[in-house]
Design a protein around this ligand. Structure first.
Ligand SMILES: *[C@@H]1O[C@H](CO)[C@@H](O)[C@H](O)[C@H]1NC(C)=O
Ligand SMILES: *[C@@H]1O[C@H](CO)[C@@H](O)[C@H](O)[C@H]1NC(C)=O
Ligand SMILES: *[C@@H]1O[C@H](CO)[C@@H](O)[C@H](O)[C@H]1NC(C)=O
Ligand SMILES: *[C@@H]1O[C@H](CO)[C@@H](O)[C@H](O)[C@H]1NC(C)=O
Ligand SMILES: *[C@@H]1O[C@H](CO)[C@@H](O)[C@H](O)[C@H]1NC(C)=O
Ligand SMILES: *[C@@H]1O[C@H](CO)[C@@H](O)[C@H](O)[C@H]1NC(C)=O
Ligand SMILES: *[C@@H]1O[C@H](CO)[C@@H](O)[C@H](O)[C@H]1NC(C)=O
Ligand SMILES: *[C@@H]1O[C@H](CO)[C@@H](O)[C@H](O)[C@H]1NC(C)=O
Length: 408
């Protein structure tokens, strides 16, 4: 008698009008139910057709999807749904300290499948990854989210989840947790359910009259990556950078950049470059040393598709600091690079030139530009100026009296 399942029946009764093609998955570990999922999933993918044109298709997870590759053990479990021809969708869960979370969602799609992607000019299999906002779910707890949640795994692929019920670790569960999108912001007027059979029609427009909750997909804060680039294994780093990065493509398409483990780049006298590659997104940051100051002067984001869509941005003057120091900004910052590209940084610290012993030099902090910090500085400067004036007046005064004595 498993709660997640009975919860589902209750939700379905609430939702009779909702014609969704959900899928139900039960994963067993040694004859014991260890993972349960019931969800509705649809995909939207943009791909390239002839003449450099793009086409976008939307499709639902077929109900024939197989969950044979799903598995669970004591601390990790995988929900994997494979469907023809060569597509799959999977979620990795991990259990730590009596609560579990979804580590990432991986969507693999095969552009060679002409039934799903007609006229595709590529035959590649594309893998995209994103991190869903399913965290801190207590063990023995079923995660429930009726609201639609669109996850943007890449600028070219997103997926929409709804009517989700998942329990990734099943010991002896009875609890349920709901996602924040399901929690009413304002007390919703509860439609009075009249049990009279003749009132079926008003009851249905009462439910459709409820304004649809359209949760704006808020991405979690991106993971901060620690990067250092060195010329060869035996030298110390010549470029240091730490930041979490979110990339905004055109309007409203934002992805969190997962820190890669390997970096490449170059360090020169007047220019340095940091190149990062993760989940099919290439990011290159070019820095320029104008003898006194350095700055970020070009950002180039490239999507690793067959055609390699490019988002270059040059002639920038960002992250400026004196050569020999580092630039630091802990607060979230956003930068519009071009009409098509913007970047958001979190806990930023970089030093592209003059790194000594592999360590950051004194930091120039962006918060100094903050008016709340500027005011004490201005007040301090004004006070110092006042003192100077008093001292000068005193000196002049003394010289005057001195002169006075001399003329006596
Ligand atoms: C998902 O992709 C489709 C097609 O590319 C697009 O119309 C839709 O706006 C995207 N959704 C979000 C939330 O970006
Ligand atoms: C994929 O396409 C490339 C060229 O577009 C071709 O050389 C290759 O043989 C194709 N591979 C398959 C498996 O169809
Ligand atoms: C309910 O729907 C009917 C027709 O379907 C319509 O005439 C009526 O105005 C609706 N009532 C409300 C409260 O929206
Ligand atoms: C790094 O140092 C080791 C031992 O000192 C040496 O064997 C190796 O050749 C060096 N590698 C490079 C790239 O200089
Ligand atoms: C951006 O990077 C891509 C791939 O690394 C390269 O082909 C392209 O020329 C670069 N664009 C600019 C403006 O640097
Ligand atoms: C960058 O500046 C140079 C010279 O100021 C100019 O020739 C070039 O067109 C600019 N590039 C862009 C992308 O604005
Ligand atoms: C960028 O940041 C500013 C304030 O720092 C904020 O007002 C603005 O809404 C942000 N833009 C986006 C697209 O988040
Ligand atoms: C910055 O550029 C100047 C002039 O090109 C050069 O003399 C100096 O060494 C450079 N500084 C660093 C730290 O590379």
């Amino acid at each position: 008698n498993f709660w997640c399942t009975s919860g589902l029946h209750r939700l379905n009764l609430d939702n009779l009008s909702h014609l969704s093609h959900g899928i139900e998955v039960k994963v067993m570990n040694k004859d014991k139910l260890c993972l349960y999922a019931n969800l509705t999933l649809s995909f939207s993918v943009t791909y390239e057709v002839a003449d450099n044109k793009n086409k976008t298709v939307s499709f639902e997870l077929p109900s024939s999807a197989s969950s044979d590759d799903s598995k669970c053990d004591n601390t990790s479990s995988i929900l994997k749904l494979s469907f023809p021809d060569g597509h799959s969708w999977s979620v990795n869960f991990s259990l730590k300290d009596k609560s579990y979370q979804a580590e990432n969602i991986t969507f693999v799609y095969n552009l060679n499948d002409s039934k799903v992607f007609p006229d595709s000019s590529s035959n590649e299999t594309v893998t995209v990854t994103t991190k869903p906002d399913i965290t801190d779910v207590g063990v023995n707890t079923c995660y429930s989210c009726k609201s639609e949640d669109t996850l943007i795994a890449s600028p070219l692929a997103n997926m929409t989840l709804s009517d989700v019920l998942i329990q990734a670790f099943i010991l002896n569960g009875t609890k349920i947790t709901t996602c924040s999108a399901d929690k009413p912001v304002t007390p919703t007027p509860t439609p009075t359910h009249v049990t009279n059979a003749t009132t079926v029609v008003p009851a249905t427009n009462a439910t459709t009259a409820v304004p649809p909750t359209t949760p704006t997909p808020t991405l979690p804060t991106p993971t901060v990556g620690n990067y250092s680039f060195k010329h060869d294994v035996n030298s110390t780093a010549c470029l240091l950078a730490n930041f979490g990065l979110r990339i905004g493509f055109t309007q409203n398409k934002e992805v969190n950049f997962d820190p890669p483990t390997e970096v490449s780049g170059s360090c020169g006298v007047d220019s340095s470059e940091l190149i990062l590659m993760s989940n099919g997104i290439n990011v290159s940051l070019s820095f320029y040393n104008d003898t006194k100051k350095f700055r970020l002067h070009a950002v180039n984001v490239t999507l690793n598709t067959s055609s390699g869509i490019d988002y270059p941005g040059a002639n920038l003057s960002l992250w400026e600091a004196a050569v020999g120091s580092s630039y630091m900004c802990n607060k979230e910052q956003n930068f519009t690079i071009t009409d098509l590209l913007s970047i958001y940084t979190f806990s930023l610290h970089v030093q592209p030139f003059g790194v000594k012993n592999g360590l950051y030099s004194t930091a120039h902090e962006c918060s100094l530009d903050d008016p709340s910090i500027l005011i004490p500085i201005i007040v301090g400067a004004a006070l110092a100026g006042l003192i100077l004036i008093v001292v000068i007046a005193y000196v002049i005064g003394r010289r005057k009296t001195h002169v006075g004595y001399q003329t006596l």
